[in-house]
Design a protein around this ligand. Structure first.
Ligand code: HEM
Ligand code: HEM
Length: 172
């Protein structure tokens, strides 16, 4: 029989990723808009790169556990077209997280500054192709996160407890 919840390690990685992504969006937005010379510019870029790398590493680890550890079957009431959407959105969330991380580090690589998060933003080239990919992927990731949250909350409100599968609440 398959387990009724995600393995603890996947629960922890899910919520740590949520926390990091919730910070990455405003930090990314602000760091890209404040002037060079502001005392916040460099620390925000470094924080962003550090959190972005953390998301990248956690996503790779999650995919490793997904294929190594027994996973819960989809929730009982998710069938037919809804099941296809559930699978598609979950797969695309992983792809979206990886693409954001890889395009972010691509900006560093294409700018020739190496991979260290201890970057000097003045040395980055924001005209490289990875930069425009990073800026475009963020909309895709945001849309996927929106669909995911609406799906989870609407299931929780109308069909049954899904949050406990990801470690929230005590479940049945
Ligand atoms: C899932 C992980 C990530 C998310 C969600 C994320 C999100 C964002 C967001 C929202 C922005 C601001 C875009 C705007 O100006 O509107 C941004 C910019 C940026 N991010 Fe990330 N990021 C991630 C990972 C990374 C990584 C790993 C790096 C580098 C190691 C990185 C480097 C950058 C750079 C250099 C910019 C400025 C790009 C520009 O202004 O052209 N990001 N990111
Ligand atoms: C940055 C935002 C988020 C991202 C990137 C994200 C990503 C993911 C991914 C990739 C999965 C699939 C896990 C798998 O099957 O391997 C998942 C599952 C799940 N997420 Fe999120 N999530 C986010 C926010 C949230 C929030 C805010 C909630 C709660 C309202 C939530 C609740 C859940 C639940 C309950 C599951 C398990 C669904 C099931 O039973 O199969 N997530 N999430």
């Amino acid at each position: 029989m398959s387990p009724t919840r995600y393995p603890r390690v996947m629960q922890a990685l899910h919520w740590l990723t949520v926390l990091a992504v919730v910070l990455l969006f405003p930090v990314g937005y602000v760091m890209a808009r404040i002037e060079f010379g502001s005392p916040l510019k460099t620390p925000l870029f470094r924080l962003h790169a550090f959190l972005g790398y953390a998301v990248l590493i956690m996503t790779v680890l999650r995919l490793y556990y997904k294929f190594r550890a027994p996973q819960p079957a989809p929730p009982a009431e998710v069938r037919g077209a809804r099941l296809a959407l559930y699978r598609l959105v979950h797969a695309l969330l992983y792809v979206g997280l990886l693409l954001m991380g890889v395009s972010g580090l691509g900006v560093f690589v294409q700018s020739g500054v190496g991979l260290s998060p201890w970057v000097d933003p003045g040395a980055l080239n924001f005209k490289v192709s990875a930069a425009s990919s990073h800026l475009n992927f963020k909309f895709v990731l945001l849309a996927l996160i929106g669909v995911h949250i609406v799906g989870v909350l609407s299931y929780q409100a109308t069909k049954g407890d899904v949050l406990s599968r990801m470690g929230l609440g005590r479940g049945n």
